[in-house]
Design a protein around this ligand. Sequence first.
Ligand code: SAH
Length: 338
Amino acid sequence: MRIDDYMATCLLHPTMGYYTTRDPFGQAGDFVTAPEISQMFGEVLGLCLAQYWFLQGAPEKFTLAELGPGRGTLMSDMLRATKSVTGFHDAAQITLIEASPALQAVQREALEPYEVTWASDVSTLPNQPLYLIANEFFDALPIRQFVRSGAGWRERQIGAEADEFTFGLGPEAPQPALSQRYDDDAQDGDLVEDCPSAAPIISEISRRVASFGGGALIIDYGDWRSLGDTLQAVRDHKMSDPLAEPGQSDLTAHVDFEACALAAAPCAYSRLTPQGVFLERLGITPRAQSLAKKLTGDALGQHIAAHRRLTHPEEMGNLFKVLGLYPSHLQPPPGLEP
Ligand code: SAH
């Protein structure tokens, strides 16, 4: 079985998939994401998009979309922070793209005060300005892995031996798309990853942003041009074996931001920016100081730790990166550079 088929089944099988059957977030779940760490994350991102909307002439109708909204916390924090931005909420058509019915129900509750619709995928978003956010969405998309072998590639696949799943390599075959990209830097035996569904999603977003205005912020862990095996399973806040108990742990892989950027035309893409730098530029520290004034004791300690966790280079600040997509005649969204 190909790894992308395995990942898709483990994560989104209708009755046994990881996301389809549970709410995996938070201390009681398996992992914690940035919006679940602190409300400040969504607040500064909301203001970033609202300012970018304002800079583009405050169009009176636009799609405010989120890919893979989890518990709906990020969207809820973005909306609270932008409540007083004149005209922003009236103009926004809030649209969520979420594959898990269990999480859709959680999102419905979190966003109860707002009018929200769900779309099946980006290709069904309306033809109008699009302001989009995706935090830890692309890392959940299924990947394929290939090991360089002579003039071709051997695909890493999953097979069964006795009662256990194991990894093995398929026959050597040419992979024209990969050979072009990796001829220079992948040596014999090196493993490269490819996420076949990422580029079509980026293209759909870019076409709308380029034609109708708007912008997109893609935040995830990963780097420019992936090399090596980054498939990982996390369960109960610990690394686990990706092949053990399929459907019971979160499976992700690092995002190859170069592959995303290459699919960005006709949009421009920003410099890949560490999350910590981006959040600092958006003013997370003054926001943290202002919130801190109302806190004491343990709550204050937790708040300071949350700020550090989101921004510090040894925590999420460097591991997570931000890529902006924007109309090529404009400056990138606030906090990013061309
Ligand atoms: N953005 C949230 C959740 C990240 S987890 C946060 O930061 O907390 C990944 C999210 O993407 C989950 O909501 C998951 O159900 C959703 N998801 C995964 N694959 C998807 C797909 N192919 N289409 C739509 N949603 C998907």
